[in-house]
Structure formats: structure tokens, C-alpha cells
Design a protein around this ligand. Structure first.
Ligand SMILES: [Zn+2]
Ligand SMILES: [Zn+2]
Ligand SMILES: [Zn+2]
Length: 272
């Protein structure tokens, strides 16, 4: 399995339009964050998690050639508004879109021409909606995906587990009943918006606390805003917790986690 971080930024994207802070002006490409999304590739299946407004740029950068399904964590704009850019992946076919009932209903309202098959015409993206339940495994090609209930402030949303990897973005708390589904996780991705507390997202300190509770070998932070400078955060965190960055790739080889910088612009090898 291969995980590619397509985007690691909060809803504004970094740099923030009109902002002149040190992170927004940074020349370090790791401080340039498109909207949060990942790509999961197994031997025969490619799954996109969320269709961010930066999907087009992300797909070009990482040379994505096909998408079999999209998993939606929730329907906020920064996780869905790239839906129209699924068009090139829908040539003569539809792409399955999995989400909880709230998310699918929201998508039906806002993207009727994508989700309602009666409105499909040539050239339009086609998403075949599928409602999923937390705790019920879904099979997508050769991948088994377990949706996990997490809380985005007051809103129940979904995280996803595939094998020993879990992706939990836009999370403020994890309900007690969800922890058994995270048993045996080796790599976890947690949203960490900023240093200050926020009503609907983990802060960096809360994500570090949660990482200890989950107890994975490696934790990566995502969905970061411009308060967070990449190198500074690397220095502040314990070694088993790293900030992700756009283009970061995680692959497991012979049980070891290998981190590299993807097919995109940051090609140089980082660590093994
Ligand atoms: Zn800024
Ligand atoms: Zn959100
Ligand atoms: Zn978000």
C-alpha cells in the first residue's frame, strides 16, 4: 500500500490569499499546503480521500492516472469542492463516492449534476453515491476500508482505516466506541490545525496527546494553518510524530515504513 499526501493545508490553503506572514512568504515548499486530501493505492485499486478544491493541481503534480473511488470524510467545502475535477477520471464510467448519510445528502444538494445519474451527460463528472456506516467494512477492489466515527466539534464525520493505516482529519475528539476500530494501527494521520485551541479541530498539543493514546509507531499531522512553520514544528515534536507535507509518500516495505517525496515536484529522497 502506498499513501500520498495530496494536500496538507487547512481550508484557506497556504499561502493564504492576502497574507504576508512568514509562513505564507516562506520559500520552503513544505510550507506550501494545498487543501487536505490523500491518495491510497493498493496493488490494483486507487482511492482518493476527499476531493479538495486543489484536486486538479494535485492530480497533475502526482500524475494520478485513474481513480476507482472517493471516500468523503465530510462535506465541508475544503473536502468536496474539487468534485468537478473528477471529470477526466470518469471517461465512459462513474466513480464510486462513499460517505455517511449526512455527507451524501449534502453532496446530492450541492452537486446534483455529479451525483444524480438522471443529470449525467457526456463531459460531466459521474459520482455513484454509496452511504456507509461507521464500523462496517467496505470492499473497494482489493482494498478493505473501515469507516470510523470521529467528531468534528459537534458534527459526527468519518475517518478511514485501511490495513494498519488510519486517516483522521478534521477531528476534535474520538468517541470511546471508535477506539476498538483503531486497534493495531501502525501509522495514523491526525489533523492539527494550529497551536491555539479550536472548537472543531485538534490543536498541535491535542493531536500529540491523541497520538499517544492511539499508540501508533508513526503519526503524521495534516490540515495545518499558517500559524505552523514546518521546520519549527519538526523540531518541537517527538521523533515519532512528524508534520506531513504536500507530496509526502508513505510506503511499507518488509514491515518498515519508508518515507519519500513522491512523484511531484519534491522528488528528492528524504529518509528510510
Ligand atoms: Zn499567513
Ligand atoms: Zn471540516
Ligand atoms: Zn477541513
Amino acid at each position: 500500500m502506498r499513501i500520498t499526501f495530496l494536500g496538507t493545508g487547512t481550508s484557506n490553503g497556504i499561502p493564504v490569499v492576502t497574507c504576508n506572514c512568514r509562513v505564507c512568504r516562506s520559500q520552503n515548499p513544505k510550507n506550501h499546503r494545498t487543501r487536505t486530501s490523500i491518495l491510497i493505492e493498493t496493488a490494483t485499486t486507487t482511492i482518493l480521500v476527499d476531493s479538495s478544491p486543489d484536486l486538479r493541481e494535485q492530480a497533475l503534480r502526482e500524475a494520478i492516472s485513474s481513480i476507482d473511488a472517493v471516500l468523503f470524510t465530510h462535506a465541508h467545502a475544503d473536502h468536496t469542492h474539487g468534485l468537478d475535477d473528477l471529470r477526466p477520471f470518469c471517461c465512459g464510467k462513474s466513480v464510486y463516492g462513499y460517505g455517511d448519510l449526512n455527507t451524501i445528502e449534502d453532496l446530492r444538494r450541492r452537486f446534483d449534476y455529479v451525483v444524480d445519474y438522471r443529470k449525467w451527460t457526456p463531459g460531466r463528472p459521474r459520482l455513484m453515491p454509496k452511504v456507509v456506516e461507521p464500523g462496517q467494512v467496505l470492499r473497494i477492489g482489493d482494498a478493505e476500508v473501515l469507516p470510523v466515527r470521529i467528531m468534528h466539534g459537534e458534527d459526527p464525520i468519518l475517518g478511514f482505516r485501511v490495513e494498519d493505516f488510519a486517516y483522521l482529519t478534521d477531528c476534535k475528539s474520538i468517541p470511546t466506541e471508535s477506539y476498538p476500530f483503531l486497534d493495531g494501527i501502525k501509522v495514523v494521520v491526525l489533523g492539527a490545525l494550529r497551536y491555539r485551541r479550536h472548537p472543531t479541530h485538534f490543536s498541535v498539543a491535542e493531536a500529540v496527546e491523541e497520538a499517544a493514546r492511539i499508540g501508533a509507531e508513526a503519526t503524521y499531522l495534516t490540515h495545518m494553518c499558517h500559524d505552523v512553520e514546518h521546520e519549527q514544528l519538526c523540531d518541537e515534536l517527538p521523533p515519532a510524530i512528524r508534520p506531513a507535507f504536500d507530496g509526502l509518500v508513505l510506503e511499507r516495505h518488509n514491515g518498515r515504513l519508508r518515507q519519500s517525496a513522491g512523484r511531484g515536484s519534491l522528488r528528492s529522497f528524504i529518509s528510510e
